[in-house]
Design a protein. Structure first.
Length: 244
């Protein structure tokens, strides 16, 4: 849990999947709250292991209070997206976003497959269209073309000029409604997991490609409840992993 950022439920379920004995995840939680997993507290007020538990944060904006920028690319609404994409029936339909660090510095470009939850992460120097476009081409260009079909981006200004990406990768882009992160829930959830490794207001300039690859590898090899405790790596590549 401390080294790989797995939740108690993921740990208990993975051992069960491998046929290994383990206490229930509720027992793990109880031990955390009562005994801090046997770890020493660093100071008065230290919450210990509890600070590694997941917390979800939601930012909401009142309707009709913000305007979005005009797209410079062909616009297909998410409401026109085929049902088989909405129902997650295949690999190859990706949601894309950025994770901010210190303003004006490097950011993380994140790309997540809706079916397998496989995450691709790249550190780019600036939150600008040219950097994002090249980052998407680098990330998705490394995937077999048969597994790259559709993209659903955020409405941020860095995604407003994706013509080059469409041409180079041969993809179709479906745009969500402005300020509707729930329409890209897979990517939003993944970004929350990434924040465990790159906290808010941290300077991403201080992280290396090795740091980013480490985060990506840990997320893709962590079992997910939504995948029946398979890992994104296992689902995407059909290759089993083992703890024991």
């Amino acid at each position: 849990m401390l080294k790989f950022h797995w939740s108690p439920e993921q740990i208990a379920s993975q051992f069960k999947k491998e046929g290994q004995w383990c206490v229930s995840y509720n027992t793990i939680y109880r031990h955390i709250y009562k005994h801090n997993l046997g770890e020493q507290y660093s100071s008065h007020g230290d919450t210990g292991v509890q600070k590694h538990l997941r917390h979800k944060h939601h930012t909401r904006h009142p309707k009709n209070t913000r305007k979005h920028r005009v797209l410079q690319t062909n616009y297909l609404s998410i409401h026109e997206r085929p049902k088989f994409i909405n129902d997650r029936q295949r690999i190859g339909d990706w949601e894309i976003d950025t994770v901010m660090g210190k303003t004006g510095h490097a950011v993380l470009l994140t790309v997540v497959d809706r079916f397998s939850r496989l995450a691709l992460i790249k550190r780019i120097d600036h939150k600008e269209a040219d950097d994002v476009n090249q980052g998407l081409i680098d990330l998705l260009g490394s995937i077999l073309k048969e597994f790259v079909h559709f993209l659903t981006p955020d409405h941020g200004r860095e995604f407003l000029s994706l013509d080059e990406v469409q041409e180079r990768l041969g993809v179709t882009i479906y745009w969500p409604d402005p300020y509707s992160p729930e329409q890209r829930g897979t990517n939003e959830n993944t970004n929350g997991l990434i924040r465990e490794y790159f906290p808010k207001r941290t300077d991403i300039d201080n992280y290396t490609e090795k740091d980013v690859d480490f985060c990506q590898d840990q997320l893709n090899r962590r079992p997910r409840k939504i995948l029946n405790y398979e890992t994104p790596f296992e689902v995407f590549f059909e290759e089993p992993l083992h703890l024991v």
